[in-house]
Design a binder for this molecule. Structure first.
Ligand code: GLU
Length: 296
């Protein structure tokens, strides 16, 4: 079976050199291994994703000379599928609605921090400290019926317990490197993320949930993406075990940084692919700029 790769951008801004590196690396690896390259548009966040950004993704990738296999998978077309997965997790008691607003969470964390430093997740965000887990069914039903917004959170402790009973080893095969050089067989540490959001009242999914479902449905065998998502793989492995989905191997690549050492962002004009194109930069020069050898 040929290896299957995917590039999975979110259409919430224009692509920059960091995306070019990731997309070209996926394309090069697919080519070298006689594999397939798929494209997935991760557009579940309706408030930030825009059709013009999606159109620009196709233009920019085509300009770079990247050929992806049709059909493109758009996550917003599959919300029912993700909802089914949430229902399956909920049926096992692994998901609960949490009604706290961002401000309430920040207040709770500040109060906890005064007593002792409250734990942060691998991205530096405080773990969910809320009381949502302890509401009873009647209180939850009442709040939902009264229209209060909520996030559906994974009960991490219960999820890890079930996963532990299903597998003796929650780990993944890393062909690249983590932030501290982790490579080879890496032990997943999903508990480091606390009770992650799995879906929201207004969106029946989350990044973590749709990514594992789509990688499985698209038959992805090797996930090549930026090292900023390295530790998210812990949550992805946990969800794969809980939802009985196959595990691809992972290759996290270093992030490109700007002259000041900052991670490139979608607002970084100077490294935007369309701006570079408008300035007369060629796709071959882009390859050089991101440190890839000339195309074979
Ligand atoms: N959609 C994510 C992003 O644009 C990438 C997700 C992934 O590769 O797993 O950062």
């Amino acid at each position: 079976m040929p290896p299957v790769f995917r590039f999975a951008p979110s259409p919430n801004g224009f692509l920059h050199l960091g995306h070019a590196y990731s997309a070209l690396l996926n394309a090069d690896l697919a080519k070298a291994g006689g594999g397939r390259l798929l494209l997935r548009i991760e557009d579940i966040d309706a408030t930030r994703c825009r059709p013009d950004y999606e159109a620009a993704i196709y233009q920019d990738l085509a300009w770079l000379g990247i050929a992806w296999e049709p059909a493109v998978r758009r996550q917003s077309d599959h919300l029912d599928l993700y909802r089914d997965a949430v229902d399956r997790l909920a049926a096992r008691g692994l998901v609960y609605p949490a009604f706290d607003s961002r401000a309430e969470i920040a207040r709770l964390v500040a109060a906890k921090d005064e007593v002792a430093p409250w734990p942060r997740d691998p991205d530096g965000a405080p773990l969910y400290p809320g009381s949502g887990k302890h509401l009873d069914a009647e209180q939850r039903a009442l709040l939902i019926a009264s229209g209060v917004p909520y996030a559906l959170r994974l009960d991490m402790e219960a999820a890890c317990e079930i996963a532990g009973a299903l597998t003796d080893e929650l780990s993944w095969h890393e062909l690249g490197h983590g932030p501290d050089g982790e490579t080879g067989l890496v032990a997943a540490q999903p508990e480091a993320w606390g009770d992650v959001v799995i879906a929201r009242k207004e969106t029946s999914t989350s990044y973590h949930l749709s990514v594992v479902i789509d990688d499985a449905l698209q038959g992805v065998t090797e996930v090549v993406r930026g090292a900023d998502l390295f530790w998210s793989t812990s949550v992805h492995r946990l969800l794969q075990i809980l939802l009985d989905l196959p595990a691809p191997v992972y290759r996290h690549h270093p992030l490109l940084r700007d002259a000041e050492g900052r991670k490139l962002s979608k607002s970084t004009g100077a490294t935007g692919l369309r701006d570079l194109r408008a300035a007369g930069v060629s796709p071959e020069e882009v390859r050089r700029m991101v440190g890839l050898a000339a195309a074979a």
